[in-house]
Design a binder for this molecule. Structure first.
Ligand SMILES: Cc1cc2nc3c(=O)[nH]c(=O)nc-3n(C[C@H](O)[C@H](O)[C@H](O)COP(=O)(O)OP(=O)(O)OC[C@H]3O[C@@H](n4cnc5c(N)ncnc54)[C@H](O)[C@@H]3O)c2cc1C
Length: 761
């Protein structure tokens, strides 16, 4: 009968207790190492086992009655607190304990509302929520409510959500938000009536439909008082085509518990091993300290020992609805225990499957939270015969941090930003942070890190490749300010790369890091980050080539305080080409900013303008919502020394032919060019401009871009998607590539990391 579910022990708090006491008990339960705290919602109708709503029977006298012993039915009743409000408060007052809301009343909280509230609280509590539905008068409503709640929780499911039930009607309901984890759904199974002593006949006497419903739909069953019905539950699960272990069992003790801690431990152990109960909820009157210190360890140890002897494997069952969507080539049973894993059938999958530009359908997304978990995730990935994608912010253009049927290691939990030393401006930034978050965290310290132009881009992808941003000419590339990188290698080794530790790896991590290791954090020397001037000028670019040349001259003659990007789209039919010129001026003074803008405004007739003095964080716009995999574009990159006549004329062809729907030039030069070519794996330090063309098809973009690229010194790998072999040599000059391959041979000899411009093909 033991299904091997992890044993969990917790306490059920009473909603009619004193609020301060209630929260204190929850905190105490967490401090004492209990696994969960639960509340049961009083129902408007009678509770399933015949109790009056909100009234708990006398419990566990010999374990001691805690200070918050619930009011007995003879005492004056306090109106209960609202379940959801209490749970939210408890969630914010605790950090790790699981939160369980039982018996949620479908009368006062319609199923779609409940689904949304549950997903939200699960997000806010970092995946700690579990919910149990109450017992409506209409049995059929419960089945429909389960469907509705699950439908809302399945954030990425087909839109809209329609449900044409006998009791529930949903038309075009919006799914989501996605919960932080697969929220287990518990259903109550009423205790068999006292007169039914024969377990085999219990279902004939009371609620046979409920047993079937639980066996068919629930992730877990709440057994109240006794476990006489577990055998029929197993039969119901099998009849519904499920394995019995897919339904976890929770025993809610409301009656008198066995007297001494030893007796209680003995009884709970028996229930775990013989009746397959894995979660135990004690009433609030239990003396928590005695329970936690004298009962819990004994139960855990005895169950573990018995399982060891009998060879029962411990694990949480994966629901059938998730299992059916598993992909071949991935050993799902070998996923390292404890590493959060999101499978295609899971609610969170929708927001993890895609990247900003690419639609994906990976077979598994692992979301490690620590270096150890990352090492375990990589060890697992190494053994799978499917592609591996490493993702930080999911804005990869060249790197495909999603895939089809492969594994993705998502570093979004490595997202801390910490000022290590204000005097030296040393900042430690997690690889999974986004640049908007970094800018916001550093703003109060009047610091900034030169990054890119988009706040949604991740630290990991950008700070391992280059990082051409609004401070490029003044402070260089992002990689130029990296002082050390913490990484996990393909073999799981965690190490630090810096000028004095693994210097060759440190060199390669700055320009081609995606090929070598997974960065978890970067120590970066920030720079002053006061308000700066930011202008968006729209200029007439009818004579495209001439315009580009003049813009290039304005950039090269500007002071290093000035960095400018230029953007052109496909000209609209019948309209002259226009260019959007963005200029960042590192000065808070309007007169200085205006003076620096004048050469740009004089390039061509000015059609529109917007200028502001803003903090850096105000320019780096935060990302909005999960990635939707927009576009699947093709992209080309060229690094050129100057916007010379030949370059400008070839660029004009790209723009006016419509081969690229997005053509951008970014100023590099300045501080970027101060760094010797051999200092980092980004070697093209002589280039003053980075050109990017994005189009819908390779057949259209490549011919036009190849003409332009003939004038280039090289390319910036972040924006290149051309698979032809010569592109690798454009990204890395001969000496750089040879050195990179040597570093690769040493640190990733098995070529695990190859999703972003592979140096070994
Ligand atoms: C809208 C947009 C704006 C951009 N703006 C700029 C810009 O202004 N300046 C600029 O320089 N670039 C810019 N880029 C390009 C961007 O820097 C790269 O695409 C970068 O790789 C994205 O990083 P990410 O972490 O978001 O991407 P992800 O998709 O998460 O990763 C991309 C690749 O980087 C590698 N990688 C990711 N995380 C790690 C890690 N922790 N350790 C090792 N390797 C890792 C992987 O190989 C992965 O495939 C922009 C891209 C987009 C889509």
């Amino acid at each position: 009968m033991d299904h091997g579910h992890p044993v969990r022990l917790g306490v059920r708090l009473e909603l009619d207790a004193d609020p301060a006491h209630l929260v204190e008990r929850a905190r105490l339960a967490e401090r004492l190492g209990l696994d969960l705290v639960a509340v049961r919602e009083p129902t408007s109708s009678r509770a399933p086992d015949g109790q009056a709503p909100g009234v708990t029977r006398a419990v566990a006298p010999r374990l001691g009655a805690g200070p918050g012993e619930p009011a007995s039915s003879t005492e004056e009743q306090r109106a209960p607190l609202d379940t959801w409000t209490v749970l939210s408060w408890v969630a914010s007052s605790t950090e790790s304990v699981t939160l369980l809301a039982l018996g949620l009343d479908l009368g006062s909280r319609p199923a779609p509302v409940l689904g949304r509230a549950a997903a939200s609280l699960d997000r806010l509590s970092d995946g700690r929520l579990e919910i149990g539905l109450g017992t409506p008068d209409e049995e059929g409503l419960l089945a429909e409510a389960v469907e509705a709640v699950r439908g809302i929780l399945e954030a990425g499911g087909p839109e809209p959500l329609d449900l044409d039930g006998e009791h529930l009607l949903l038309r075009g309901a919006q799914r989501g938000p996605a919960p932080a984890h697969e929220i287990p759904l518990w259903l109550d199974l009423p205790a068999a009536p006292e007169e039914s002593r024969d377990p085999a006949r219990a279902d004939d006497i009371s609620a046979p439909g409920r047993v079937e419903l639980v066996g068919t739909h629930a992730d877990g069953v709440v057994l109240r008082q006794d476990t006489r019905r577990v055998a029929s539950l197993d039969r119901a699960a099998r009849a519904a085509g499920r394995a019995p272990h897919e339904v976890q069992r929770l025993l809610e003790l409301t009656g008198r518990a066995p007297g001494s801690p030893e007796e209680l431990a003995e009884e709970l152990t028996r229930l775990a091993l013989e009746d397959g109960v894995s979660t135990f909820l004690l009433p609030d009157s239990v003396e928590l300290q005695i329970f936690a210190e004298q009962v819990v360890p004994r139960v855990r140890a005895r169950v573990a020992a018995a399982r060891e002897r009998s060879g029962v494997v411990v694990g949480v069952p994966v629901p059938a609805r998730v299992r059916v969507r598993r992909r071949p080539g991935i050993d799902y049973d070998a996923v390292p225990a404890g590493v959060p894993a999101v499978e295609p059938g899971a609610a969170r999958f929708a927001e993890l499957r895609n990247t900003y530009l690419r639609g994906g359908d990976p077979g598994l997304v692992l979301v490690p939270r620590s270096t150890e978990e990352l090492a375990a995730a990589l060890a697992f990935a190494r053994e799978q015969e499917v592609p591996l994608g490493v993702r930080s912010g999911g804005h990869g253009v060249s790197g495909r941090s999603t895939n089809d049927g492969g594994v993705v290691v998502d570093l979004s939990r490595f997202d801390s930003v910490e000022v290590l030393d204000p005097a030296t401006r040393l900042v430690r930034v997690g690889a999974g942070a986004r640049w908007a978050q970094v800018a916001a965290a550093l703003a109060p310290h009047e610091l900034a890190i030169t990054s890119g132009d988009s706040g949604g881009v991740g630290v990991g992808g950008l700070a391992t490749a280059g990082g051409i941003g609004w401070y490029a000419r003044k402070h260089g590339l992002t990689i130029d300010r990296v002082r050390a990188v913490d990484v996990v290698l393909a073999d799981g080794t965690a190490l630090r790369a810096s000028p004095s530790e693994h210097p060759e790896l440190f060199w390669g991590m700055r320009g081609a890091g995606g090929n070598l290791a997974v960065a978890t954090s970067f120590d970066i020397e920030a720079h002053a980050g006061g308000p700066l001037g930011f202008a968006q000028l729209v200029l007439d670019a009818s004579r495209v080539a001439r315009f580009l040349e003049r813009w290039g001259e304005a950039v090269e003659t500007a002071s290093r305080d000035v960095t400018s990007f230029l953007l052109m789209g496909r000209p609209r039919p019948g309209e002259p080409p226009v260019a959007q010129v963005m200029v960042a001026v590192d000065s808070p003074h309007p007169e200085t900013v205006i003076a620096h803008l004048e050469p740009f405004a004089r390039i061509a007739p000015l059609l529109d303008q917007a200028v502001r003095i803003a903090p850096y964080r105000g320019i780096i716009v935060p990302p909005s919502g999960p990635h939707r995999g927009e576009g699947e574009p093709v992209s080309r990159s060229s690094l050129v020394a100057h916007m010379s006549g030949p370059v400008a004329r070839a660029a004009e062809q790209v723009v006016t032919s419509g081969a690229a729907f997005f053509f951008q030039v970014r100023a590099v030069g300045g501080a970027v060019a101060d760094v010797p070519a051999e200092a980092t794996a980004y070697a093209h330090r002589g280039a003053r401009f980075s050109l990017i063309g994005i189009g819908a098809s390779r057949a259209r973009l490549d011919p036009a871009w190849d003409e332009l690229h003939a004038h280039a010194e090289g390319l910036y790998l972040s924006f290149e998607t051309d698979p032809r072999p010569e592109r690798l040599h454009d990204a890395f000059p001969r000496a750089t590539l040879a050195r990179l391959r040597a570093v690769k041979e040493r640190y990733d000899p098995g070529n695990l990391f190859r999703d972003n411009f592979p140096v070994v093909r």
